[in-house]
Design a protein around this ligand. Sequence first.
Ligand SMILES: [Zn+2]
Ligand SMILES: [Zn+2]
Length: 349
Amino acid sequence: MKVVSAVKIGNMKDPDPARRGRVAVLDVPESPLGDEDVRIKVAYCAICGSDPHVVGGIFGWEPPFGLGHEASGVVVELGAKATKRGLKVGDRVAGNFRRYCGTCYYCRNGQEQFCENASEAPAMAEYMVWHESQIIRLPGNISLKNGCMLEPVSIGVRVTDKTNMRIGGRVAVSGGGPIGLITLQLLKMFGATSLTMIEPNPQRRALAEKFGADYLIDPSDQNVEEAGLRITDGFGYDLVLEVSGVPSAAESAVTLVANAGRLIFVAMYPNDYEMPLNIYRYCYKKEIEITGTFVAPYAFPRSARILGRMDLDDFTNTVYDIDDAEEAFRAHLSGNHPKVLIRCNKDLY
Ligand SMILES: [Zn+2]
Ligand SMILES: [Zn+2]
């Protein structure tokens, strides 16, 4: 079967990630099906902002390896003991790409994101095998195309879990990629006010406005701190989300937080980047709280229920067939599309 994979082209220690690895479609044998496993024929798998970083070696994985974690598809085979969820062949599904053991300290401590035995199988492939615990049945009104957005939506849901939102709280989102725009939609539902998107790309700003942003800041020609303080009557935002992954944006995000407000880092930053932070000003005098998010523990069932209330069509318009995956990654990196999908099988809609 075909799997969109990261392959090595140069030294994995090369300072330029683009010279380390590239994307290729490899032909690999299908994975064996364990007793509690489910084989899924993949319909769509979206390209994540993290995928090019993974190809560039950010996790230190040795190529070649398969890519993808934002998938939807149809159940085609069930292991003999994959019976706890009542899944059937033909079910339309999506789910959590991470398989947790359920047995380690973290899994038993309500912190499955730190599972000591977590594993993942590539989803940008014609078929994938997941444990039945990973699977979410798609609601009937959600297409397979929009269904592959379940995973990005789960990240937004996880972000809302980490907020201290109260209705009417002022919120700023720095970065209008898919996660920023999805989270903006969710925070609108949470009753955010002065909802502000900080984003240099005009198409992304326009989407933020469509999804309910009250204010837009263009950091390429506005002073972000001044603009944010003007919008919030000088108080700053109760909640600031930094979703761009750009170090300079991380540094200006801190300046926007209100007294006792919260700053959440949602993006992936260069792994050697260290941010300067004036502890006296922000932690002592202002009592701000700073945290982050890693994947989406316990968020998938709720994410499936909220999918139908979200505006997802703009993210699922650009589709490439699996054979054109390299071109799809180029389209993703061009920044001209809100999101790019890979169609992994042509006969599923
Ligand atoms: Zn992702
Ligand atoms: Zn575990």
